[in-house]
Design a protein around this ligand. Structure first.
Ligand code: BGC
Length: 734
C-alpha cells in the first residue's frame, strides 16, 4: 500500500512537472495555424484580448496630416504599432518587451505607410498605372517590402485601390486611376509584390487594401467627405478591385473616412461584414483609418466615443487605429451585453491569424543589417528607373520635336522643377530622402555630357507673382536650339488632404511659358504633378508635352533618356486629362446618354471633349493595327471567344506597345458604360517587326454585369469588342 501510494504520488508529480515543461500549442511552429489561434485565444484574459484590438504609435510621425503624436509608453500586450522609425534595433527592443513582459508573449505587428517605395522611392501610383506594366510594380513592391522589413516593418498600409475620376481630390496620386479593372490588376500586383509567395517568407510584409470603400468618390474632390454611391456603382466600380485583391490573398483592409450614402465606411455592416467577411470569406482583419472610429461622432452617426466604438466594431472593424476607443469602452459594453465575448474572440483571432501567418510568433525580431545593405541597392534602383521610363507619358509631339534631333546642340533648361529634388520625390515618400533623388538637371548632365550644352535658369518659383526671373530665362532660351521648361506641382499639393478647387497650375508658371514663347524656339513642356492638370492655355504654346508625374528617386536619367531618344516612351494615361476644371467629372467609361450624336447637352462655351483621354500616350515609332479577327461571331455563355490583332512597328525605333481591349453592350437591362476596359497587354515590338495580341473573352467574366446586390448577370444579344479604332460585333446567343 505504501509503495502503491508512493508510486501514485510520483506519477502525479511526474505528470504535473512534465506538463509544466510542455510548450503551449500556440508556440509550436509545426502546429496548424488555426489550432495555434484557438489555443492562444482560450488562454487570454479579457484585457489581453482587447489590447490586441488596438493600434498605438511609436516613433516620429512624418505624415503631416497626422502630426502631433510621439512615442508613447505602450503596454507590452498591444496588438499593433504604427512604427514611424526605421531602426530595426528599436523595433526589436519594443518587440522584446512584448515577447518577454506580456504574460503570453504575443508579438506586436508593426505597420507603416509604404506607399510608393520605402527608401528606394518609385513613381506615384498614378504614374505607375500609366506604365501598364504590373509585373514591374510587383517587383518594385517586392523591393519596398524588403527595405521595410529590414527596417522593422511587418505591414504596409498599401495599396490604395480607390477608383477616382475627380482630379481635384489630392489622393488621385495614390491610386491607379479612373478605371476599376486597372485598379484591380495593379492592386493585385502590389499585393503579390508585398506579400511574396507566402506571408512567412523572410522579406514579405502584409498588405492593407485601402480605403474600403468608395473614398475616391468624395464629393467635389473634397477629402474626408460624403460620397454618394448607389449600390449599382458600388458593385460595378468600387468593389471589383477589392474583390480581386481579397482573392489574391490581401491580409488586411483599412476602412475609409467617407460615408457611403449616409452610412460611414467605418460603420458599414453591409460592406465590412456582409460582403467582405461573409460573401468573400476574408479571414484577415480590418483596421480603421486614423481616428476614423472617433470621427463617427463628427459624421453624425454616434453620440459619443462609446457608441462610435460599438458601431465600428459591430460593423466589422477589428482594429482601432490610434484612438483608444476599444480599450476604453469594451469592458463596459460587454457588461451591458452589447458586445459578446465570442465577437471579441473572432476579432482577436483574425488579428492573431495575420501574425501567425507572418511568422511573427516564431521569428519576432528583425534581422539587423547595416543601412548600406538595406537601402537603394543598385538592382533595386534599376527597378525604380525602369518604372519611371515606362511611366513617362508623351502627351504631345508636334512635328517630331522629340527626340532631340542631331542639330540640337544647346538646350535651355528652365523652370522651378529643373533642379528640384524635394518635389520630384513625390507625395508621401515613406522614408525617402531628397538627397537620393536624381534631379532633372543631373539626369541631363549624365545623358548629354559635353555633347549638348545645357544652360539653366529658374524662371520663377512654383507660386507667387515674382516675374523677375523671366528675362534671364528668355535670354537663355533665345541662345538655345530648344527650350525644356520644367514646371508642375509641389509634392504637398497632391496626396492626402490636398484638394484643389482648380487643376490649373498657378498663373506664374503659366506666365513663364507665355514669356518663353517670345524666344521663338521650340518648347518642350515637362510636367511633374500628382493629378491631371488643366493644360488648356499651355498646350497651344508648346511643341511637345512630357508627363513625368512625381517620379521618386530616379527621375532625371529616364526623362533625359526620353528626350534624347535613348528610351522610346511607351506609357499611356490611366486617367483622363479634362480640358478645364469645369469638365470634371470626365472619364472614359461614362454611361451611354440620351443624345450621343447631337451636340445638344454639350458645354456651350468650350469643347466637351477632354484634352487627353484615358489611354492616350504617344511613341517615337508608329504602330499599325491590322484588321482584328474574332474566332466566331456567335458564342454561348459556356464558350470563349478569342480576338486577335496584329500590331506592326512601322517606324524606325524599337518600342513597347500596350493594347487596350474594351467591351461594350449597346442594349442591356441596365444601361452599360460607353465601353469598359477588360484586358490589356504590353509587348515589345522591334522596328519593322510585328506581333499578335490576343484577348480571350470569357462571357462570365467579361460580358456580365452586377446588379445592386452584387449578383452577376449575363444577357443575350449583341456586344462589341473595341481595339485601337476598331469595333467588332459579336453575339451571345444563350
Ligand atoms: C490615411 C491613411 C493612412 C493612415 C496612417 C490616414 O490619415 O488616410 O491612408 O494609412 O493615415 O498613416
Amino acid at each position: 500500500m505504501k509503495t502503491l501510494f508512493s508510486a501514485t504520488i510520483l506519477s502525479i508529480f511526474l505528470t504535473v512537472s512534465c506538463n509544466s515543461e510542455i510548450e503551449p500549442l500556440y508556440k509550436d511552429k509545426n502546429a496548424p495555424v488555426e489550432d495555434r489561434i484557438s489555443d492562444l485565444v482560450q488562454r487570454m484574459t479579457f484585457d489581453e484580448k482587447v489590447l490586441q484590438l488596438n493600434q498605438y504609435l511609436a516613433g516620429e510621425n512624418t505624415n503631416v496630416n497626422n502630426i502631433g503624436e510621439s512615442t508613447k509608453d505602450m503596454p507590452a500586450g498591444i496588438g499593433s504599432l504604427i512604427y514611424f522609425n526605421s531602426d530595426p534595433e528599436v523595433r526589436n527592443l519594443i518587440q522584446k518587451k512584448a515577447m518577454e513582459e506580456s504574460r503570453l508573449g504575443i508579438p506586436i505587428l508593426f505597420g507603416f505607410d509604404v506607399i510608393h517605395g520605402y527608401r528606394t522611392i518609385y513613381p506615384i501610383s498614378l504614374g505607375v498605372a500609366a506604365s501598364w506594366n504590373p509585373e514591374l510594380l510587383k517587383k518594385a513592391c517586392g523591393v519596398a517590402a524588403k527595405e521595410a522589413c529590414l527596417s522593422g516593418i511587418d505591414w504596409t498600409f498599401s495599396p490604395m485601390i480607390d477608383v477616382a475620376s475627380d482630379p481635384r481630390w489630392g489622393r488621385v496620386a495614390e491610386g491607379y486611376g479612373e478605371d476599376s479593372y486597372t485598379n484591380s490588376v495593379f492592386g493585385v500586383a502590389a499585393v503579390k509584390g508585398y506579400q511574396g509567395e507566402s506571408l512567412s517568407d523572410p522579406y514579405s510584409i502584409a498588405a492593407c487594401l485601402k480605403h474600403y470603400i468608395g473614398y475616391g468618390r468624395s464629393e467635389g474632390g473634397r477629402d474626408y467627405r460624403y460620397s454618394d454611391i448607389s449600390r449599382q456603382s458600388l458593385w460595378e466600380t468600387y468593389m471589383p478591385p477589392y474583390h480581386a485583391c481579397v482573392k489574391a490573398g490581401a491580409a488586411t483592409l483599412m476602412s475609409g473616412f467617407n460615408d457611403i450614402s449616409g452610412v460611414p465606411a467605418t460603420a458599414n455592416h453591409y460592406t465590412l461584414t456582409e460582403v467582405l467577411k461573409k460573401q468573400w470569406q476574408h479571414d484577415g482583419f480590418v483596421v480603421s483609418d486614423w481616428e476614423a472610429v472617433d470621427q463617427l461622432i463628427a459624421q453624425g452617426v454616434a453620440k459619443d466615443r462609446k457608441e462610435a466604438g460599438l458601431k465600428a466594431f459591430k460593423a466589422g472593424v477589428e482594429m482601432d487605429m490610434k484612438d483608444n476607443i476599444y480599450l476604453e469602452n469594451f469592458k463596459q459594453l460587454v457588461d451591458e451585453d452589447k458586445l459578446s465575448i465570442s465577437e471579441i474572440d473572432d476579432a482577436v483571432s483574425r488579428i492573431l491569424r495575420v501574425k501567425f501567418r507572418l511568422g511573427l510568433f516564431d521569428e519576432p525580431y528583425t534581422k539587423v543589417v547595416p543601412e548600406s545593405a538595406r537601402y537603394l541597392q543598385p538592382q533595386d534602383k534599376k527597378v525604380a528607373e525602369q518604372l519611371v521610363e515606362e511611366s513617362i507619358v508623351l502627351l504631345k509631339n508636334e512635328a517630331s520635336t522629340l527626340p532631340f534631333s542631331a542639330s540640337v546642340k544647346k538646350v535651355a533648361l528652365i523652370g522651378p522643377m529643373a533642379k528640384d529634388k524635394e518635389n520630384l520625390i513625390g507625395a508621401w515618400p515613406a522614408k525617402g530622402d531628397c538627397k537620393d533623388v536624381e534631379s532633372i538637371s543631373e539626369g541631363f548632365e549624365k545623358e548629354f555630357g559635353t555633347r549638348i550644352k545645357v544652360s539653366y535658369a529658374l524662371g520663377c518659383d512654383f507660386e507667387g507673382d515674382d516675374e523677375s526671373g523671366f528675362s534671364e530665362a528668355i535670354s537663355i532660351a533665345k541662345k538655345s536650339d530648344i527650350v525644356v521648361v520644367c514646371i508642375g506641382e509641389k509634392n504637398g499639393w497632391s496626396g492626402e488632404n490636398a484638394t484643389r478647387s482648380t487643376i490649373a497650375l498657378p498663373t506664374i508658371q503659366e506666365q513663364l511659358v507665355v514669356n518663353l514663347k517670345k524666344a521663338g524656339k521650340p518648347i518642350v513642356l515637362v510636367l511633374t504633378n500628382g493629378r491631371p492638370l488643366e493644360l488648356v492655355r499651355l498646350e497651344p504654346l508648346v511643341d511637345a508635352i512630357v508627363e513625368l508625374w512625381q517620379p521618386g528617386v530616379a527621375g532625371g536619367s529616364p526623362l533625359a533618356g526620353i528626350l534624347s531618344g535613348r528610351v522610346n516612351p511607351s506609357a499611356k494615361l490611366a486617367i483622363t486629362f479634362p480640358l478645364t476644371t469645369g469638365q470634371i467629372p470626365t472619364y472614359y467609361n461614362m454611361r451611354q446618354c440620351a443624345r450621343p450624336f447631337s451636340k445638344m447637352g454639350d458645354y456651350q462655351d468650350i469643347s466637351t471633349e477632354p484634352l487627353y483621354w484615358f489611354g492616350h500616350g504617344l511613341s517615337y515609332t508608329t504602330y499599325q493595327y491590322g484588321t482584328a479577327k474574332l474566332s466566331a461571331s456567335q458564342i454561348t455563355r459556356e464558350q470563349k471567344l478569342t480576338v486577335d490583332v496584329t500590331v506592326s512597328n512601322t517606324g524606325k525605333m524599337d518600342g513597347k506597345e500596350t493594347v487596350l481591349w474594351y467591351i461594350s453592350d449597346p442594349a442591356c437591362s441596365i444601361s452599360r458604360p460607353i465601353k469598359e476596359l477588360k484586358f490589356f497587354e504590353k509587348k515589345e515590338i522591334k522596328a519593322g517587326e510585328k506581333t499578335v495580341y490576343t484577348f480571350e473573352i470569357d462571357p462570365l467574366k467579361d460580358l456580365s454585369y452586377p446588379d445592386e446586390t452584387g449578383k452577376y448577370f449575363l444577357e443575350q444579344g449583341d456586344f462589341y469588342v473595341h481595339v485601337g479604332d476598331q469595333k467588332l460585333k459579336f453575339e451571345l446567343i444563350k
